[in-house]
Design a protein around this ligand. Structure first.
Ligand SMILES: [Zn+2]
Ligand SMILES: [Zn+2]
Length: 112
C-alpha cells in the first residue's frame, strides 16, 4: 500500500499515480517513495504564495482583506512558483504534470 503524499489516499502498490488525486506516487525508480515531500511542504509555506494566515494567496483571506478579485491575480504566479517547487524536488520532470499537481494542491487547500 502506498499513501499518497498529496491527499493521503491509500493506493494499491502497483499504482504509480494516486487513484484519487492523480498525484505521482513515486519517481522513476521502483518502490521508492516520492522524495522531498517535506521540502515541498516547506517550500509551499513560502510567504510569496501564502499569507501570514497560512492561506494560499490565490484564495481570499478576510483578515488580510484579500477578496476574490485580488486573489485571482495571484493565480498565475502561484502556479508558476509551485510548478518550479515540484520540478526542483524531482516529483515530476513534466511541466504539465507539475502544473496539474499544483492546481490539485491549491484546490485542496481552499478555505472552507
Ligand atoms: Zn492523492
Ligand atoms: Zn491572510
Amino acid at each position: 500500500m502506498i499513501t499518497c503524499p498529496n491527499c493521503g489516499f491509500n493506493n494499491e502498490n502497483e499504482h504509480t499515480t494516486c487513484w484519487q488525486c492523480k498525484a505521482p506516487l513515486r519517481g522513476q525508480s521502483q518502490g521508492k517513495r516520492v522524495k522531498g515531500t517535506r521540502d515541498i511542504e516547506r517550500a509551499l509555506r513560502n510567504e510569496k504564495i501564502k499569507c501570514m494566515h497560512g492561506l494560499f494567496r490565490v484564495h481570499p483571506c478576510e483578515p488580510c482583506g484579500r477578496g476574490q478579485e485580488e486573489a485571482a491575480q495571484y493565480q498565475h504566479s502561484t502556479e508558476q512558483y509551485g510548478m518550479d517547487v515540484l520540478l526542483a524536488a524531482g516529483v515530476t520532470t513534466d511541466r504539465t504534470q507539475a502544473l496539474q499537481l499544483i492546481r490539485v494542491i491549491l484546490a485542496q487547500n481552499k478555505p472552507a
